[in-house]
Design a protein around this ligand. Structure first.
Ligand code: SAH
Length: 250
């Protein structure tokens, strides 16, 4: 009997891969995913790796369901958590529209440490109070929705975590996002640019909102914007701590 597990590989470092996902990988016959994530899977005899390019999520999902129905032990990999802007929803979209037989497959989603939480932990606790998360890519939704959500989230005074902040194919979006934030927030709350968190290329940069520039972010960057309550603790010879208190001080 085959199965399908949709797993999160964490933000990069192998110590941030859960034992549950490691055990699943050890039992799999096939691993399917975007090339860079497949590259993080250790090869072994009997394990077939199926790497594919970006933006073919639905084809990848269908392939995984077909293999699992045939009796293979299939893993679909995502970075971070598979339920956060990643493959789990793509698999369920394919399942909903696909052949009835796919609904008989055993499917599990195994969580991973999402980039937002790994990034927040590197600077302290910027998400210690209410926060929201927005994917800034307009590949799968209109830009107007992103703008509306940005404006309303800032007005509601959430801390905010942005995935996919800026890519070569969409250089303007993040610039517009910063303009909206500055116009609503009108203060110098901290903005965290956490790039390639937990990898050897990791960089962490904390700047006041008024000094944040579009060039500070790329597709390997997680951007976290504090709320009006977010604080910075300066320390001698150590990087500053950024945190948002648990209480609300009007
Ligand atoms: N499922 C993934 C997110 C996929 S969207 C997760 O849960 O983390 C891809 C975006 O995630 C990137 O554009 C970037 O904004 C963020 N990201 C993924 N890994 C990251 C890392 N190690 N450091 C910083 N940001 C990362």
């Amino acid at each position: 009997m085959g199965w399908l597990k949709i797993v999160g590989m964490g933000p990069g470092d192998e110590t941030l891969l859960t034992p549950q996902v490691q055990h699943a990988l050890a039992k799999a016959s096939d691993v399917i995913g975007y090339f860079p994530y497949i590259a993080r899977v250790t090869e072994r005899p009997g394990l077939r790796l199926h790497g594919s390019d970006n933006r073919v999520e639905l084809d990848r999902a269908k392939h995984a369901l077909q293999l699992a129905l045939k009796g293979n032990k299939v893993i679909v990999v995502s970075s971070g958590d598979p339920g956060v802007f990643a493959m789990a929803a793509a698999v369920f979209e394919a399942l909903e529209d696909g052949p009835e037989a796919w609904r008989t497959i055993d499917i599990d989603v195994l969580p991973g440490i999402t980039a937002m939480l790994a990034a927040a932990a590197r600077v302290g606790a910027p998400l210690g109070h209410d926060f929201c998360t927005i994917n800034l890519s307009d590949n799968l939704k209109p830009w107007e929705i992103i703008e509306r959500r940005l404006r309303l989230s800032a007005e509601a005074d959430f801390a905010m975590a942005f995935y996919n902040p800026r890519s070569k194919s969409r250089p303007q979006g993040f610039e517009k996002a910063l303009r909206i934030l500055n116009s609503v927030c009108k203060d110098t709350r901290p903005v965290i640019f956490a790039r390639a968190v937990s990898s050897p290329q990791e960089t962490i940069n904390v700047v006041p909102l008024t000094e944040a520039t579009p060039q500070m972010a790329d597709m390997r960057t997680m951007v976290i914007v504090g709320s009006s309550q977010t604080r910075i603790i300066q320390r001698p010879d150590k990087s500053p701590i950024v945190y948002t208190p648990r209480f609300w001080a009007p």
